[in-house]
Write a protein that binds this ligand. Sequence first.
Ligand code: SAH
Length: 271
Amino acid sequence: MGHFARLDHAGLPDFSAGSVWLVGAGPGAPGLLSLLAYHGLGQADVIVHDALVSEAILAFSRPDAEIIQVGKRGGKPSAKQDDITLTLVEKARDGKRVLRLKGGDPFMFGRGGEECAALVEAAIPFRIVPGITAGIGGLGYAGIPVTHRDTNHAVIFLTGHDDTGGVPQAVDWGAIATAAPVIVMYMAIKHLGSIADKLMAAGRDPFDPLSIVAHATLPHQRVIETTLGEAGMLQATGAFPTPAIVVLGPVSGFRASLDWYLDTLRENGFG
Ligand code: SAH
């Protein structure tokens, strides 16, 4: 308890009534929350969260806080983005301290920018609390550094689908395939076969290592190591748990020596 008492004096900002905090919850393990996220959860009147955010993280909220889940779960359709922003605006106008909690970082494939735009339009004050994104922190828990001086001086972050639900149309696959040795893919499992085909058609080596990290940072984290050429076939077997982050490129190779998140370290569930 002692270190939490010290937190009260750390000059952390007040959560003012009628404002919204857009908070990244990190990839899953509660220990990866930022101090600001933890501080905000302890004050919020209303928490509007996505399905990916775990119960263990929601448990940091006030017992009397109103908890609203808006993400997809159990095959039910997700709340429409307009309804989500409307909820944020209405609750803030009611004078509530509204915490919008998203998996990972709110500005990494998280529609955080859209929600902020709606808050700006409604003249609601807000704050961004960045989170650890799955494509960096999640890979770290698999012993995969997203950059390494021996392998890559650049990284691409790619989403596996766009608004239409299909493989992103607005992506220049030829450029993506060759621009950086490492491509980190979010939401890519559903279309992994066709993404792999597009990258190989654009000249990417089928023997390029590809790792899939599912439930990253959680006690049931699982890592599958394969190659770009094999990924499509493996996907067809339906063997991939989700959510999962995919990393293509030589950094996967470091896992052989850097894997550290062993079963014995997963016991307390905090990370
Ligand atoms: N804003 C989030 C990403 C939202 S998109 C972030 O910064 O991490 C949702 C995708 O994130 C999932 O499809 C998956 O690719 C990835 N993801 C989120 N949490 C994950 C986890 N614990 N393990 C693996 N992938 C995860």
